[in-house]
Design a protein around this ligand. Structure first.
Ligand code: BGC
Length: 816
């Protein structure tokens, strides 16, 4: 790692800068770049979202990115080696795109299943989230690319995320929500992003947690960067140890930090410290001129597609496999019915700033067809429509009216409607038009080939004055003022306004969306269209009929980027459309029904006991199809374990609230989130944290821990397991602790560590689970320090938080 920073050299550079030069460095130069300072050989540093890929600067569908599985899928891996490889893949992408800093990983927790960015976070458990994030960070940074632990802290849901004041006690903060960030700092992360929200009355960019905890207690020596536009005043964030305001060039710091320093309201030495951290980052990523050692040559991931395919299978969680319906044997099949819209149009990522343009998606239908080619017939029946808003038009169905090439024409017009700029693009979703001086209107036009006549739904998306026309006829016109502050909604996922239009023939029609580029209307413009819907009853009947006649039915269900997206929390956990009805009808028609769930976070599966097998695939990224087919047909076993407990229904879930009351969101459950909350409530979820089946079975034969452990020392637990099934396999052995007679409040039990082992059929293996000292400590609120209780604990080993297979007492003694 390029981490041998010479602070004396950096201080000599700082001495060369005037106060104005220093302050200028502390706000971005653009949306994605920091400022350069030629006087000291500092070039701009380029930042990019993240986390499931590296988008690069700007949103241009022609500049594609390699798309990894969503963070929830990575949380399901329980495999730090694989995570480090995936981090290396992100670094490879960053190098390819000229990016120095990846805005990943997201280390907030799955507090409520309704969290809109659940897909972008790893787990409900702080230890698992921390270990997962740390492994990814190590992989990214080993190649001279910076990772960013975000969003510090308690940004666990989206409702009013810019202003919500999260009320949470110090002990809960330290033990639960700050813990993954502490792990990231231990892993050497180079940036931490301060969140939009407040915690206990102070907005995070001005929070004492940046100074007291992140920098002083943990020794973080990197850059505390704001979330985008999260700095609202100059002085408090400057005094509170925030280092860099993004984006730029406008920010309260750019406008008035120099005055605050001149007036003595912000000490110059705190500005020096911020600049020192920024230059340290520049040095680490090779942005500090000839004095900088430059980036170590990244060892590129040679075959990203194979790595990603492996990661998809390794993250798939098989939660049910009645009568060993899976794996399917290709040699024993003659017809397979693949049912559901998600099979051919999978959701490979969630919505919001995390989005990238994948370089090509292998759909599950592609994966299954490839595997069964020449062996069995594959029928695809999409089933009833999901009733979604129309999707942006694209190169599949549209051509550019000027060039005739697949795609759309984007033009910028002046106030008189004269063309200033025109370019061919591939998508009707334009988030950053090439701006030219005098531009007044952005226009997206496309020739749409309807394919079939009938009632289409057409849409225009964005804010401000817009029109939508069909063959020169204006169908929709209006002024749609923007009353939303959230940048992810304003610039990335603005609302769509739709209208129905009957297209009488297959003749191409010309669609035109126009939007005036006024201040405060955001950057996005969308032209969307959806074909006529098939009669839902008929679609259902055809799917069920195909399932009945097939040897096996594989039903794909899932959510969409409309329900799982940044900027909004979910309102429910049901699958939507008629997907539940479809699954029930197919399962009734064919006992070999396998349901594959394509969602970033938990969904309700009310029919889960009625189907043969149930496989969760998350948002699997671009190699979805290959990895899922590998699991379905037994080329590999499903490797994932749940990083988060899944409720049978939202009504059962113990912690769900994401809606602030009076601007506050009270984390009233304290330490008890996730499985801890379920244990305390005495209720049983559909599937516990840690649950996941492979293709073999295991017996736990022994659990051995040292009889006495000194407080403050890590120790190793040895768990003997035997593969009692017919196939080789990998077992994720989990260790939990409990402290029945604790003098302080404790979770009923808590996750302390894991290790994975492999064994052949009949073979044994010993999992050596290292339990870190932190697993035993608690934060003493009264004294403001960590403490470890001496005395007896219960130590349990098992397959999930709800499936424990062995136990041993553990005595903790005074530290030596
Ligand atoms: C998100 C961040 C993201 C940033 C830049 C914010 O709205 O919360 O996660 O990195 O935008 O796109």
């Amino acid at each position: 790692m390029n981490d041998d920073v010479d602070d004396d050299m950096i201080d000599r550079l700082i001495d060369k800068l005037s106060p104005a030069q220093k302050v200028r460095l502390l706000t971005g130069a653009t949306t994605w770049r920091t400022a350069a300072e030629p006087d000291i050989g500092l070039r701009q540093i380029v930042l990019s979202d993240g986390p499931a890929g590296v988008r690069g600067e700007g949103w241009d569908e022609r500049l594609t990115s390699t798309l990894l599985p969503s963070a929830s899928a990575l949380g399901a891996l329980w495999d730090e080696e694989l995570l480090t490889d995936l981090g290396r893949l992100l670094a490879t992408e960053a190098v390819r795109k000229g990016v120095d800093v990846v805005l990943a990983p997201t280390l907030n927790l799955h507090r409520s299943p309704l969290g809109g960015r659940h897909f972008e976070c790893f787990s409900e458990d702080p230890e698992l989230a921390g270990r997962t994030g740390a492994a990814l960070i190590r992989g990214v940074q080993a190649h001279g690319i910076a990772a960013t632990a975000k969003h510090f802290v308690a940004n666990d849901s989206e409702t009013d995320r810019l202003t919500v004041d999260v009320r949470v006690g110090e002990r809960v903060l330290r033990e639960v929500y700050l813990a993954p960030f502490e792990a990231a700092v231990e892993a050497g992360v180079w940036l931490v992003m301060a969140a939009y929200n407040s915690v206990n009355g102070t907005t995070m960019t001005a929070s004492r947690l940046l100074g007291d905890v992140l920098k002083d207690a943990w020794g973080f020596d990197g850059v505390a960067v704001s979330d985008w536009a999260a700095v609202r005043t100059a002085e408090e964030p400057a005094r509170a140890a925030l280092d860099l305001a993004m984006p730029g060039p406008h920010s309260p710091w750019a406008e008035s930090l120099a005055d605050a320093v001149a007036g003595g309201r912000v000490p110059e030495k705190s500005v020096d410290d911020k600049v020192r951290r920024l230059l340290r980052l520049a040095h680490r990523v090779g942005a500090l001129g000839p004095g900088s050692p430059g980036r170590p040559p990244a060892t590129p991931v040679r075959d990203p597609r194979t790595l990603l395919r492996r990661a998809v299978a390794a993250g798939c969680v098989l939660v049910r496999n009645a009568d060993e319906v899976l794996p399917l044997d290709p040699a024993a099949l003659s017809t397979v019915a693949v049912i559901g819209a998600h099979a051919a149009t999978p959701r490979v990522q969630g919505g919001g700033s995390a989005g990238v343009h994948p370089s090509g998606v292998v759909t599950p239908l592609d994966g299954i067809r490839t595997r069964l080619r020449g062996r069995a017939r594959v029928l695809h029946l999409p089933g009833p429509s999901l009733g979604l808003p129309p999707a942006p038009v694209d190169a599949d169905r549209c051509t550019d009216p000027r060039s005739g090439a697949p795609g759309v024409l984007v033009r910028l017009l002046d106030e008189q409607g004269r063309e200033l700029h025109a370019e061919h693009r591939l998508s009707g979703r334009q988030l950053e038009p090439t701006l030219v001086p005098g531009a007044h209107t952005v226009e997206i036009s496309a020739l749409l080939r309807p394919g079939n006549a009938g009632e289409w739904t057409l849409g225009v998306g964005g804010f401000g004055r817009m029109t939508l026309s069909l063959d020169e006829r204006v169908l929709l016109q209006g002024d749609f003022p923007c009353r939303i502050d959230d940048p992810a909604v304003v610039h990335v996922t603005p609302p769509l306004h739709t209208v129905r239009a009957t297209l009488l023939s297959k003749r191409p029609v010309r669609l035109v969306a126009r939007r005036e580029l006024a201040d405060g209307t955001g950057r996005a413009t969308v032209l969307a269209a959806a074909p006529p819907e098939e009669d839902p009853q008929a679609a259902l009947a055809t799917a069920v009929d195909a399932a009945r006649k097939a040897d096996a039915a594989v039903v794909f269900v899932g959510t969409t980027e409309h329900s799982e997206t940044e900027g909004h929390d979910r309102t429910g956990l049901s699958l939507g459309g008629r997907q539940d009805e479809l699954v029930r009808a197919v399962a009734a028609a064919n006992p070999r029904t396998i349901v594959v769930v394509n969602s970033g976070g938990p969904v309700e599966l009310p029919w889960r006991e009625e189907v043969g097998a149930l496989l969760l695939t998350w948002f699997p990224g671009q190699e979805a199809g290959g990895g899922i087919a590998d699991v379905l047909f037994g080329r590999v076993e499903p490797g994932g374990r749940l990083p988060t407990t899944w409720a049978a229904s939202l009504a059962d879930a113990p912690v769900t609230d994401t809606r602030p009351a009076g601007g506050r969101l009270d984390y009233a459950e304290g330490l008890h989130i996730g499985y801890r909350a379920w244990l305390r409530s005495g209720r049983t979820p559909a599937y516990w944290f840690g649950h996941g089946l492979g293709y073999t079975t295991w017996e736990y034969e022994s659990v051995d821990a040292p009889a006495r452990v000194p407080a403050g020392s890590p120790f190793t637990v040895r768990v003997g397991v035997r593969n009692t099934g017919p196939r080789p396999g990998r077992e994720v052995v989990q260790v939990y602790l409990a402290r029945p007679d604790s003098a302080v409040e404790r979770p009923e039990r808590w996750f302390a560590g894991y290790a994975a082992v492999r064994a052949e059929p009949g073979g044994t293996a010993t999992a050596e689970v290292v339990v870190p000292a932190r697993a035993l400590r608690y934060w003493s609120q009264a004294d403001g320090v960590w403490r470890t209780e001496t005395g007896t604990y219960r130590l349990m080993a098992g397959r999930s938080a709800g499936d424990l297979r062995g136990e041993t007492p553990l005595t903790v003694t005074e530290a030596p």
